[in-house]
Ligand binder design. Structure first.
Ligand SMILES: O=C(O)c1ccccc1NCC(=O)[C@H](O)[C@H](O)COP(=O)(O)O
Length: 216
C-alpha cells in the first residue's frame, strides 16, 4: 500500500482527519516564515493529541530549512520527533552531521526540475535514510516548498532511487492516484492540496487524499 504523509498540520481538526484517514506520517513545520509554522510549544500541544506510538500513531516528521543545531535542539526539547525532514540547502556533510547529532533518521528533500537534479540522489544516498522528491520552488517563490507545484513525473522513469522515498509537489486528492501510477512512488506527501486556504488544512480534503492514496 502507498504510504501517505500529511505535511504542515497546524490544528487538531486537521490532525484528527490525518489520524482517522490512516496517515503514516505527519509533518510539523518548523520554518518560521511558513504559514504552516509551529512554535515548539504549539507542536508539543498538537502532538499531545496523538495516540502512543505502540498504538499505531503516524511518524512525526519535523520539517526544517537550513536550521541551526540550536533551533533543532529547542524543538526536540519540547516535542518528540521520529524523523527530520531537511528542506533547505543542507549539504551531504550537514545532513550527516544532523543525523549523528540528533540520532534521528533524516529525509532529505531534493527539488526536481531537470534530469540533472536527480544526480543528487547518489550524492546524498550515503547520508540520507529517505528522500522526498519535490518540485523545485518556482523562481521568486517565497518558500522552498509547499508551493502546490508539480514537476514532470516522467523525469523519474527508469531512474533507480537508492532509498525509500516519497513523491511530493502539487499533489491533490484528484491527481495522487495518477501520480503513483506514473512514478511507482512507494509514498506520497501533500500540503497545499489538502488546504482550503494557504496554511489552513481542510479535513474533508485530507480524508479524500488519504482515500485516493490508499486506493493506489
Ligand atoms: O509548507 C511550507 O510552508 C514549507 C515551507 C518551507 C519548506 C517546505 C515547506 N513545505 C513542504 C511540504 O509541505 C511538502 O513536503 C512539499 O513541499 C509539497 O508541498 P505541496 O506542493 O504544497 O503539497
Amino acid at each position: 500500500m502507498t504510504l501517505a504523509k500529511i505535511c504542515g498540520l497546524t490544528d487538531t481538526p486537521g490532525l484528527d482527519a490525518a489520524l482517522q484517514g490512516g496517515a503514516d506520517m505527519i509533518g510539523l513545520n518548523f520554518f518560521p516564515p511558513s504559514p504552516r509554522y509551529l512554535s515548539p510549544e504549539a507542536a508539543a500541544a498538537l502532538s499531545a493529541h496523538m495516540p502512543a506510538q505502540e498504538d499505531g500513531a503516524p511518524l512525526r516528521v519535523g520539517l526544517f530549512v537550513d536550521a541551526t543545531d540550536d533551533a533543532i535542539a529547542a524543538v526536540l526539547a519540547a516535542v518528540d520527533l521520529d524523523m527530520l525532514q531537511l528542506h533547505g540547502e543542507e549539504t551531504p556533510e550537514r545532513t550527516a552531521a544532523l543525523r549523528t547529532r540528533f540520532s534521528l533518521p533524516v529525509m532529505k528533500v531534493l527539488g526536481i526540475a531537470t534530469p540533472a537534479d536527480l544526480d543528487a540522489l547518489e550524492t546524498y544516498a550515503p547520508v540520507a535514510d529517505a528522500f522526498l522528491l519535490d518540485a523545485k520552488a518556482p523562481p521568486g517563490a517565497p518558500l522552498p516548498g509547499g508551493n502546490a507545484t508539480t514537476f514532470d513525473w516522467s523525469l523519474l522513469s527508469g531512474r533507480p532511487i537508492p532509498r525509500p522515498w516519497l513523491l511530493a509537489g502539487g499533489l491533490t486528492p484528484d491527481n495522487v492516484a495518477e501520480a503513483v501510477r506514473a512514478t511507482g512512488a512507494p509514498g506520497v506527501d501533500v500540503s497545499s492540496g489538502v488546504e482550503r486556504a494557504r496554511g489552513v488544512k481542510d479535513s474533508a480534503r485530507i480524508a479524500a487524499f488519504l482515500r485516493a492514496a490508499r486506493g493506489t
